[in-house]
Design a binder for this molecule. Structure first.
Ligand SMILES: Cc1cc2nc3c(=O)[nH]c(=O)nc-3n(C[C@H](O)[C@H](O)[C@H](O)COP(=O)(O)OP(=O)(O)OC[C@H]3O[C@@H](n4cnc5c(N)ncnc54)[C@H](O)[C@@H]3O)c2cc1C
Length: 444
């Protein structure tokens, strides 16, 4: 097989690989430094074959970490730039939370105002109940003290949005080769000189790694360590922290007409995310499911064909090198959701809305879910390694991060981006980690 060449090789045709390819092609042309023909995306399977193709597709700003919020606001701008191509539904987003999270959510609201992100804050249990019943007449969850209503964001259809993104990249001249697996990287003088694939070697000047849950494998090909030293903000050093930890995302669909979940005006509601400190009881037999803090999210979704959503992910307690990422998503017999999720999620829906009482029997019993690779602090790493390998490791935050590729493209052309600065790998040694919230989710 003859050696091939591309100036920019991008591993992965998911949200980050495709967004980077599209923006890079545009910027190369605009700056007279090349065009899309300089950019090659390779994927071992297909467009949207990874996490981007199974994601629930929720797009929100609601993060306790200021750097995450600013980044998400930038990404929402990109989603809004072409809703049709990205199959984007700008219905907004509701964070509904108990007293334990009131201060955190209030702080998010104040900081959203400071960056001009349109949202509304409702505080106090009576005001929250009135607001939620004004939207959903059957709202019934007790113990809610704060509601943050983001007027932007919403959700997009996973595979359709990736196809729209791929079409934009290809229209700029980018080549997307599917069914080509990267097996090794050639390093010379500390830099990547070629990617070795099952379809031959491809020489490159710059590599972009956008391999989603498979980042562990490409990280190893770059000869980067499986364990690192992490300094936390109080100065404590964890000398041997695993670089990658896998979590299983728990999501499923209630097989009802999506129109059954409209608001009081008959309109599509915002995506709903509820965190609660109330005991959660089984909707069928009344047994206690948990008296610890829990959370769920849900939305009517015409592409999933029902009310679709999820609950807190499960941390896989095996070391990363013992996790089989393939077969991925619903094709994995090991990591699809089980009865515990179905019981918890359907009971939580019933806890919140009268209309979902007794609906467990219409839960769609099909394989769902997928795993994600999380970093030591569960926040993204966007950085250059080995001189010319740009790694986009989103720590499973990333379907919503459509704009990251635009920023990465600027960095590849030599323009450091302030929005990406807080996500450098060096934070693990300096201790400049992101603040953490009281949410039961590892990603808030
Ligand atoms: C069930 C689930 C629900 C989620 N819901 C949301 C959500 O609602 N909102 C949100 O913001 N995020 C969500 N996420 C997270 C989000 O999906 C991911 O963070 C994001 O899609 C990762 O994008 P990516 O481009 O990095 O990787 P992927 O989309 O996984 O793409 C990586 C690609 O790389 C290819 N690849 C891997 N290794 C190789 C190799 N050696 N050679 C060639 N190709 C290779 C794969 O085939 C794959 O297509 C969810 C994740 C899961 C699992």
């Amino acid at each position: 097989m003859s050696v091939q060449h591309a100036r920019y090789v991008i591993i992965g045709a998911g949200i980050h690989g495709l967004s980077t390819a599209w923006h890079l092609a545009t910027r190369l042309k605009a700056t007279g430094r090349g065009d899309g023909r300089d950019v090659l995306v390779i994927d071992k399977k297909d467009i949207a074959a990874g996490a981007s193709g199974v994601a629930c597709g929720v797009i929100r700003n609601n993060y306790f970490q200021p750097a995450m919020r600013e980044l998400m606001a930038h990404s929402v701008d990109v989603w809004e730039s072409d809703p049709e191509a990205f199959a984007y539904h700008p219905v907004g987003y509701l964070q509904i939370a108990p007293e334990e999270m009131r201060a955190d959510v209030g702080q998010i609201f104040v900081e959203q105002q400071a960056i001009g992100y349109d949202s509304e804050l409702i505080e106090g249990s009576d005001a929250c109940r009135a607001y939620l019943q004004g939207m959903f007449s059957d709202w019934q969850a007790p113990g809610i003290s704060v509601v943050l209503h983001e007027k932007r964001g919403g959700y997009a259809n996973n595979v359709a949005s990736m196809r729209g993104l791929a079409a934009k990249a290809e229209a700029e001249g980018v080549t997307i080769r599917t069914g080509v697996r990267v097996t090794e990287l050639s390093l010379d003088g500390g830099a990547v000189t070629a990617v070795r694939t099952d379809a031959g070697d491809i020489e490159c000047e710059q590599l972009v790694v956008a391999a989603g849950p498979w980042v562990r494998d490409v990280w190893a090909m770059l000869d980067l360590p499986s364990h690192i030293s992490v300094t936390v903000p109080d100065g404590t050093v964890h000398p041997d922290a695993p670089m990658w930890t896998y979590w299983a995302l728990q999501e499923g669909t209630l097989d009802v007409d999506p129109h059954e979940f409209t608001d009081n005006r008959g309109q599509l509601p915002p995506v709903v995310h509820v965190d609660s400190a109330e005991p959660l009881y089984d909707d069928v037999d009344g047994a206690l499911i948990t008296d610890e803090m829990w959370g769920i999210y849900y939305k009517p979704d015409f592409s999933f064909g029902g009310v679709q959503g999820g609950a807190s992910p499960l941390r896989l307690d095996r070391p990363a090198d013992q996790i089989a990422v393939d077969p991925y998503g619903p094709e994995s017999a090991e990591f699809v959701v089980g009865e515990d999720f179905i019981r918890m999620w359907t009971s939580a829906l019933a806890h919140c809305h009268k209309r979902f009482e007794g609906k467990r029997e219409v839960y769609r019993r099909e394989p769902t879910g997928g795993i994600g690779a999380f970093t030591p602090d569960s926040f993204p790493v966007f950085d250059t390694f080995r001189q010319n390998a740009y790694v986009i490791a989103d720590s499973n935050h990333g379907y919503k991060m459509l704009g990251v590729g635009a920023l990465v493209a600027e960095e590849l052309l030599g323009e450091p981006q302030a929005l990406l600065e807080p996500f450098r790998f060096s934070r693990y040694s300096t201790g400049q980690l992101h603040p953490t919230s009281h949410s039961p989710f590892p990603w808030s």
